[in-house]
Design a protein around this ligand. Structure first.
Ligand code: C2E
Ligand code: MG
Ligand code: MG
Length: 436
């Protein structure tokens, strides 16, 4: 590959240099619309713009939709930030190309020679890893750091193993009960996916779900969770007892119209009533395609299924979602309860957020309830549902029955046991007459 050889030679000449990888993910659409010649012309225009800004210190080549450059004489950290802003500035103005105007958002990664490696191959790979991290919204230009390579290789290993786990159905499911504060009893469960890989060990969904989303595995994974959770829920008698089931759904699943058919199918085959099922979506990820998400949620709701916004208040909180999305439930992130005891402002924030949910006609659930004090405060704040380790830990479907009975007795202080029947029905009958 001559581009590789050219840049390698350039690097060999410089005692210290920066290797830059610029990825142009959004160019693909323009190339499809304008043709390959157009794409090539754009890349050339970018390279010319970059070379102009560096007065002969930058040598640059392209490979597909990526641009690589060696910039000689770069060493100190201040120089790096200047260099990054000079490269970024080349993309500030739209490019005029073959009679069109194009605004390009690049993701830029930088590695340093000799600090990050001795060979061009190694430095290029590190600059690409940094550019990959720069792809995530809000990250900006990235200078390679040691842990990036570690994280990158771990993410690659997780991605491969996850494909196998989904294909071979070796993921499992855990169910965490939710306590209805108005009724004084457990009223439903949230299903959470679990993965214990034979080589990588147990991996949290908080780590592998984002990888599944990025790598396109999520529709298959999510489809399996939906059908397997409803099957188990029904087979173990939980559905017949009237217990509700909440399932986490990635926004990536919701932009696919087929999702509504999947839901219809599982309702048909499992016998779960639509109103027993809640679809939880995490707000941060919905930013991309709110119109498609909203359309699918509307269709799901027209089946009678309920919808919830998950982790409300974490990350990219956006109040506009509450106004624009067809929702039934607001799930407040566990960060809101964490400091409830120590910080009176936390109580005010939580109180207002519960009020906001109620004002919009939504049922309000609070997550991450870990102590009896927090639980008590939620009751006094008029919260509808609570979930957390104080109330019940996630468990396998086979254990759900026994765990819910034991947890209910502990919470309400009822000492006598339920002696027969399936847990949920036994529990609910008992509890209806119970604590008040
Ligand atoms: P989430 O939907 O907000 O689920 C609640 C998470 O909080 C679960 O973590 C649960 O184990 C944990 N949790 C429950 N009570 C407490 C508590 O009192 N304290 C603390 N510190 N944590 C508590 P988990 O199972 O690790 O799941 C993490 C996230 O992964 C979930 O957050 C959800 O966003 C995602 N996820 C899990 N299963 C699925 C799935 O099947 N599909 C999709 N798309 N996402 C899933
Ligand atoms: Mg959830
Ligand atoms: Mg949550």
């Amino acid at each position: 590959m001559s581009w590789f050889h050219d840049l390698e030679t350039e690097l060999d000449r410089a005692p210290c240099a920066a290797v830059v990888a610029i990825s142009l993910p959004h160019l693909r659409g323009s190339i499809i619309a304008g043709g390959a010649d157009f794409g090539e012309a754009v890349v050339h225009a970018i390279i010319a713009g970059l070379e102009d800004r560096f007065d002969g210190r930058l040598v640059s080549r392209s490979w597909g939709q990526e641009i690589f450059a060696v910039i000689s004489g770069v060493s100190r950290l201040e120089e790096i930030s200047k260099l990054a802003s000079t490269i970024e500035a080349a993309f500030d103005e739209p490019f005029h190309c073959m009679g069109r105007l194009l605004h390009i958002v690049p993701s830029i990664g930088i590695s340093l020679s000799p600090d990050d490696g001795m060979t061009f191959r190694e430095l290029l790979s590190k600059a690409q890893i940094a550019a990959d991290i720069a792809l995530h919204p809000g990250n900006g230009t990235q200078l390679f750091a040691g842990e990036m390579a570690e994280n990158f290789h771990r993410a690659a290993a997780i991605e491969d193993a996850l494909r196998d786990a989904v294909a071979n159905r070796t993921l499992t499911l855990a169910y965490q009960p939710q306590f209805d504060l108005n009724m004084g009893r457990f009223s439903g469960v949230e299903v959470l996916v679990r993965w214990d890989d034979p080589h990588l060990g147990p991996i949290s969904p908080a780590d592998f779900i984002p990888i599944a989303e990025r790598s396109g595995v999520i529709p298959r994974l999510g489809g399996w969770v939906l059908s397997e959770a409803t099957r188990q829920f029904s087979a173990h008698g939980a559905a017949a007892s009237g217990l509700e089931l909440a399932i986490n759904v990635s926004p990536r699943q919701l932009v696919d119209r087929g999702f509504v058919f999947e839901v219809e199918e599982v309702l048909d085959t499992s016998g779960i009533r639509p109103e027993q099922l809640t679809i939880e979506i995490t707000e941060g990820l919905m930013l991309h395609d709110i119109r498609a998400t909203s359309a699918t949620l509307n269709e799901v709701r027209s089946l009678g299924v309920r919808t919830a916004i998950d982790d409300f208040g974490a990350g990219f909180s956006n109040l506009a979602y509450l106004r624009n999305l067809p929702l039934d439930q607001l799930k407040i992130d566990r960060d809101f309860v964490k400091h409830l005891r120590r910080d009176p402002r936390s109580r005010t924030v939580l109180d207002s957020t519960i009020g906001l949910g109620h004002g919009l006609g939504l049922q309000v659930c609070v997550e991450g309830v870990e102590s009896v004090e927090q639980f008590g405060m939620l009751q006094s704040l008029g919260c509808d549902l609570a979930q957390g380790f104080y109330l019940a830990h996630p468990c396998a479907i086979e254990q759900l029955d026994g765990h819910m009975r034991a947890d209910y007795r502990r919470i309400t202080g009822i000492a006598d046991a339920f002696d027969d029947g399936t847990v949920a029905s036994g529990l609910n009958d008992r509890v209806d007459a119970g604590p008040g």
